[in-house]
Ligand binder design. Structure first.
Ligand SMILES: [Zn+2]
Length: 53
């Protein structure tokens, strides 16, 4: 499952190899290739709400 997280948190997680907190509240390890995974529906809705303002 691929989750959304803030870009700066994702960057820190990738460079430091630690878990990141997703928009939905789940802690996860960013996958190397998120495009191959199904996207978390909760994260998707939260990200859409943010982009709408
Ligand atoms: Zn999520």
């Amino acid at each position: 499952m691929a989750h959304y997280a803030r870009n700066d948190e994702l960057h820190a997680a990738r460079t430091q190899g630690r878990a990141v907190k997703a928009l939905c509240g789940t802690r996860f390890q960013p996958p190397a290739d998120p495009s191959r995974l199904p996207v978390c529906v909760v994260c998707q809705q939260l990200a859409a709400a943010w982009s709408r303002g």
